[in-house]
Design a protein around this ligand. Structure first.
Ligand code: NZQ
Ligand code: ZN
Length: 389
């Protein structure tokens, strides 16, 4: 296990009926609040009205930034920064999924960034400056953005999607009420869970030896997602299922299972190019890529971990190691398919193979998969994985 720091200070308020704690939480930072949300799901679900009940009794000055897109854009970040500056915003309050939270993190930090935000905030990837305080109300179990210091921002003109990390981007407080996810449709529920599983698998399939704590926790979380996703799909208002998916999403990417390991993630690097070129749903891209990536890198060195994955996660009884590994990978594919996730690129409208070479170049250029992946991936590997989708 590698040396690491683990200092994740987000104050988590988990559970139902806790929104009346919001005024006190906001007041610790000030009265001027930038409320950030997406395309309107919070209005349909009634959450928006519940928030205003709290704002009204607290005399908050609310400025709204609505319409954050899935795969949030740099232009929206710029808009948010202007609103913060014009209205002397004290605290940024994203209410939504990972896209809304990520956009808010970028806004909160970019208020302190001068010049071009893409050049000076996103491209450097590591942000060491200050940020306005961020309080989140999560409505979709997926990214873990509610308890980490990462945001992922897209520049659609340049067809680039990049993650930025910074300590000051860590939310101060996050409200995790599973009932706020009852209204998530089956497509987004499945995609979000695929994202959670991917965060776990990206850390699990890693070459750092001696990380049993992280691997055992990851296995427990994977089994939890695999158990509860079908239940949430069958019964969207099953509190236990939604609660377990929500907490799994947070723990999968708050550092708990990734710390102590070195190396870089492979599937996310490849998916980010799919989203940058075709604007597809993050979790869907990951579900497609992951089993193909696994099949591509299966060899003598990787078989033992894939065999363990097959036995621990999928109860595969096959004893021949390579065969067991292959069955495990097939089970993962079948699980995603059984949850209604489109598992081929043509199903999400992507036919044009001519972009695959360019996307492969970008995936390698924008990440360190060619030297730090679980198995190093070069452009031809990535293109071949895209073609297999
Ligand atoms: O925009 P609204 O109307 O809110 O609708 C959203 C959106 O259409 C909808 N939704 C959210 N909560 C809902 C709901 N619909 C009904 N009821 C609710 N309660 O779901 C759709 C997708 O939302 P989005 O926020 O885009 O999904 P997700 O949470 O999966 O976030 C994806 C983004 O996060 C990035 C991804 O790349 C992508 O840009 N990631 C962020 C990470 C991080 N910050 O650590 C790590 C991840 O690996 C990931 O890259
Ligand atoms: Zn992800």
């Amino acid at each position: 296990m590698e040396n690491f720091d683990f200092h994740v200070t987000t104050d988590i308020r988990f559970g139902k009926d806790r929104l009346d704690e919001l005024p006190q939480v906001l007041n610790a930072f000030g009265k001027n609040v930038l409320l950030v949300y997406g395309g309107g799901s919070i209005k349909k679900s009634g959450l928006y009205d519940k928030l205003y009940e709290q704002f009204n009794r607290n005399d908050n000055n609310i400025v709204e930034l609505a319409g954050v897109d899935p795969n949030p854009r740099i232009e929206t970040v710029q808009q948010g920064v202007q609103l913060c500056k014009q209205n002397a915003i004290d605290v940024v309050l994203p209410v939504g999924g990972g896209s809304v939270i990520d956009c808010s993190k970028a806004i909160a930090a970019s208020v302190f960034v001068s010049g071009d935000l893409w050049e000076n905030f996103v491209l450097p990837k590591n942000y060491t400056g200050p940020a306005l305080p961020i309080v989140t109300v999560l409505t979709l179990a997926a990214t873990g953005s509610e308890m980490n210091g990462t945001c992922v921002i897209s520049n659609m003109d340049a067809q680039i999607k990049l993650g930025v990390h910074g300590e000051s981007l860590l939310p101060k407080v996050s409200f995790l009420d599973p009932t706020n996810t009852f209204s998530v449709n089956s497509y987004q529920t499945a995609a979000g869970s695929a994202d959670i599983l991917s965060h776990l698998m990206e850390n699990y399939f890693n070459a750092t030896p001696g990380t049993e704590v992280q691997d055992e926790i990851a296995e427990g979380l994977m089994k939890t997602v695999i158990k509860y996703l079908p239940i949430a799909l069958e019964k969207p208002d099953d509190y236990t299922a939604r609660a377990n998916l929500m907490w799994a999403s947070t723990l999968a990417l708050n550092g708990l299972i990734g710390k102590g390991k070195k190396g870089s993630w492979s599937c996310h690097a490849m998916e980010h190019e799919l989203s940058a070129f075709y604007d597809i749903t993050h979790g869907v891209g990951l579900a497609m890529i992951t089993p193909r990536w696994m099949a591509h890198i299966l060899d003598e060195d990787t078989i033992p971990k894939f065999q363990r994955f097959a036995q621990e996660i999928w109860d595969v009884e096959e004893e021949e190691p390579k065969r067991a590994a292959e069955v495990g990978i097939q089970k993962l594919y079948e699980f995603f398919a059984s949850c209604g996730i489109p598992m081929t690129l043509p199903e999400v409208g992507i036919q044009r193979e001519e972009n695959f070479e360019e996307m492969a170049q970008c995936a390698v250029a924008h990440s360190s998969i060619s030297n730090q992946g679980f198995v190093p991936l070069h452009e031809e590997d990535v293109a071949s994985i895209y073609r297999a989708c």
